[in-house]
Write a protein that binds this ligand. Structure first.
Ligand SMILES: C[C@H](CCC[C@@H](C)[C@H]1CC[C@H]2[C@@H]3[C@H](O)C[C@@H]4C[C@H](O)CC[C@]4(C)[C@H]3C[C@H](O)[C@]12C)C(=O)SCCNC(=O)CCNC(=O)[C@H](O)C(C)(C)COP(=O)(O)OP(=O)(O)OC[C@H]1O[C@@H](n2cnc3c(N)ncnc32)[C@H](O)[C@@H]1OP(=O)(O)O
Length: 382
């Protein structure tokens, strides 16, 4: 796999860093997650393929253990507030001195500088600060955050993974590591560059929820079907819009022009009335195989079984019979091979990892008895 041989120390955090770690693991990196001691359950539901070491960083010996792990690895991925690692004596200056090839990824909400750098926050805060949240929401409604997708995952974990891969590529030429300052505000904004750079096209001139792509246009929206499900309509181009009208059984001559903004509310009412006459399955049979850009809105547990997704194997079933998306994108020669076995329990690999990283058995025993590290066994599945 593309990242085979790359060793990552992921310090356990909330959603963004675990997602970054899972991406690296899916594409072949060896990801060791450093968990706290005395916790029963990992907060990481994105732990696929990772190993877990439980380590108390409130003890100087624990800090020394982490330092030894980090300087023998390729990547350190830390999810803490600015300054936390420096307080531990594990800041980038410290570690890069010992290992100049180290890639030190810092995934935060606001970045390593600026007045908010030490401020707590979550996805919605970062999305709000990026400017994008102001554009999200239906007309006459307040802005809403689309789950914690945009800042945590798209602009956070995924953007950080991109930075890590870029730094690995650069290191293959320079031999040098570097620091990655991954701010979720900036990552989200960067993902949303189109919104900034398409304003001159007049795409966002109207208030929130009244533009073509923000639920303003009736041909770019969702509609309820007679069985309470929904269809998604994205018929933007005239040639696709014509096929939408045809599929709905409407007479184009009796409708207002597609791009007549003032007629959009009436057009939306017409579409809503017609979509409510048939079930989602009936509409799918009508629109499948056409270029009307109409698709069923699938719940998570149906996406896997949709014929198109099933044909591609877009979703996988792991050893715990849990369905989740397969890694993307698909590389033709070195595709990701995600681990399908169960997630690690906290501290499951402490002993084996410390041995691998050169700690002698007596020292490991001393660390265990002092509670600096913890080693836990997975409970047998009944
Ligand atoms: C919208 C998302 C948030 C989604 C969160 C959900 C994934 C989870 C929310 C609720 C969870 C569920 C719930 O808890 C119930 C169950 C509990 C069970 O145990 C697990 C299953 C649950 C169902 C559980 C499942 C899920 O986890 C939930 C549903 C986001 O937006 S996430 C993005 C957040 N922002 C960032 O990541 C930006 C960067 N980070 C920060 O700004 C801060 O870290 C943050 C997030 C504001 C937290 O600040 P905090 O003060 O708490 O920490 P820091 O200042 O970073 O300092 C860390 C301190 O911890 C010390 N430390 C670190 N490692 C160790 C260690 N191994 N040993 C000892 N100590 C350690 C470190 O030294 C720092 O100490 P100091 O403060 O003294 O310096």
């Amino acid at each position: 796999m593309a990242l085979a041989g790359v060793r990552v120390i992921e310090l356990a955090g909330l959603a963004p860093a675990p997602f970054c770690g899972m991406i690296l693991s899916d594409f072949g990196a060896r990801v060791i997650r450093v968990d706290r001691t005395k916790v029963t359950m990992a907060m990481d539901s994105l732990a696929r393929g990772k190993q877990s070491v439980a380590l108390n960083l409130k003890s100087p010996q624990g800090v020394a253990v982490l330092k030894k792990l980090c300087i023998q690895s390729d990547i350190v991925l830390e999810p803490y507030r600015k300054g936390v690692m420096e307080k531990l004596g594990l800041g980038p200056e410290e570690l890069l001195k010992e290992n100049p090839r180290l890639i030190y990824a810092r995934l935060t909400g606001y970045g390593q500088s600026g007045s908010y750098a030490k401020t707590a926050g979550h996805d919605i805060n970062y999305l709000a600060m990026s400017g994008l949240l102001s554009m999200l929401g239906r007309s006459s409604e307040k802005p809403y955050a689309p789950l914690n997708l945009v800042a945590d995952f798209a602009g956070g974990g995924l953007m950080c993974a991109l930075g890590i891969v870029l730094a690995l590529l650069e290191r293959s030429k320079s031999g040098q590591g570097q620091i990655i300052d991954a701010s979720m505000v900036e990552g989200a904004a960067y993902v949303g560059s189109f919104m900034w750079k398409s304003r001159s096209l007049g795409l966002w001139n109207r208030p929130r929820g009244e533009n073509m792509l923000d639920s303003g246009a009736p041909f770019y929206d969702t509609y309820q079907t007679s069985d309470g499900k929904h269809m998604a309509v994205g018929a933007i181009e005239p040639q696709f819009y014509d096929q939408l009208i045809q599929g709905l059984g409407l007479d184009a001559a009796s409708l207002p022009p597609q791009m007549s903004f003032s007629d959009w509310p009436e057009l939306r009412r017409t579409f809503a009335r017609v979509f409510a006459e048939k079930t989602q399955a009936e509409w799918s049979r009508i629109f499948d195989g056409t270029d009307a850009c109409v698709t069923p809105v699938l719940p998570l547990d149906e996406a896997r079984s949709h014929p198109h997704n099933r044909e591609r194997g877009s979703f996988l079933m792991d050893a715990q019979d849990e369905v989740s998306p397969r890694p993307a994108p698909v590389l033709s020669r070195t595709p990701a091979r995600p681990c399908l076995s169960r997630d690690p329990v906290v501290g499951e690999h402490t002993r084996s990892v410390l041995e691998e990283y050169g700690f002698d058995p007596a020292h490991i025993e001393q660390l265990l008895s002092a509670g600096v590290v913890e080693c836990n066994k997975a409970k047998a599945r009944l």
